[in-house]
Design a protein around this ligand. Sequence first.
Ligand code: FEO
Length: 401
Amino acid sequence: MKAVEIKPGIYWVGAIDWTVRDFHGYITPKGTSYNNYLILDEKLTLVDSVKTEFIKTSLDRISSIVDPSKIENIVINHIEMDHGDVETLVRKAPNAALYMTKKAKEALDRHFDISDWNINIVKTGDELCIGKRTLVFLETPMLHWPDSMITYVKEDKLLISQDAFGQHYATSARFDDQVPQEELEDAVVDYYANILMPFGSIIKAKLNEVAKLGLEIDMIAPDHGVIWRKNPGKILKMYHDLATGAADCTAVIIYDTMWKSTQLMSRPIMEGLLEAGVPTKVVKLRATPMSVAIKEFWKSRGALIGTPTLNNIMFPSVAEFLTHLRGLRPKNRIVGAFGSFGWGGGAVKEAYSELKRMNLEIFEPGMEIKYRPNAEDMQTLFDYGKRFGEALKDYHAGFSV
Ligand code: FEO
């Protein structure tokens, strides 16, 4: 296991997790990486740790450069357990001083016996001289945990950004310019939609704060995925747009189906949307990982949710999707619902009441069809899709981003 030099004297010493497909319920079809960084200076400094099952890999990479017991500073930007094996690091480097936020210390105290750890609390603007370099800390509470902060290496213009700007993307490449750009952008949106969507206003404020500090940034090194060395401005712009709720003037139909009636309904609806000039994707929930459905929702300005009625309520996979979505606090999207029923109905009404709990533009009424759509219904559904498409375009026109 070798360390990878990302700047003169600064090394990636992380691990690639090729096989993880379920990341605390978030499906990760491309795996992920856990990145941490070693800075060779007068005081040997490590920024961040990795998941316990990969700590040996990280220590092996460190050992390819220096003896880990020589580490004098350990900076902890974030303590979620995918970066959480601090205990092994402290055991290897017992004299190291640790730097973290107050909230990080509180959280670590709930995970480990930290009574004899040399912990130093830092806050925004604090600096740590490690020799020729100075580290500057910037707290980023709720981006995305209360403990979170980022570390700026002044002389190298390097921002070590913990989860922010990351991607769940396992690759042997370490840098943004070594991977297909479309695949990378998709991984960024996937990560943002599933992890950071609720924190858009905090992200916007932090991006402004960084801009006001006038930090020159020529590399951004996140704790997951590839490092932004070619074009860090690209990821900053992407985050600005994502945090502002920007979306394409497109639609997505997200549905599930029992006996294919709701699926049958989705097809003329899609044709109606296309007739209105709105490119549309169709996502069947049980055939699609939840995280992909969430990402597709976030990419489009509008969504129609299709659900059959099962025992007078929503189909379970649709209910699960809407529960995930509500937790992510989406905004700036227009939504409606449709579905089939056999005798009592109720799912579409329930879908609307769930959608109305979110901060979304509601397109009403929805469409319900008994058993199976007939030829007349197919025309009605086409018209419904077209009307939704027209409403979506009007709604989209109201956004300047
Ligand atoms: Fe990658 Fe929030 O941990």
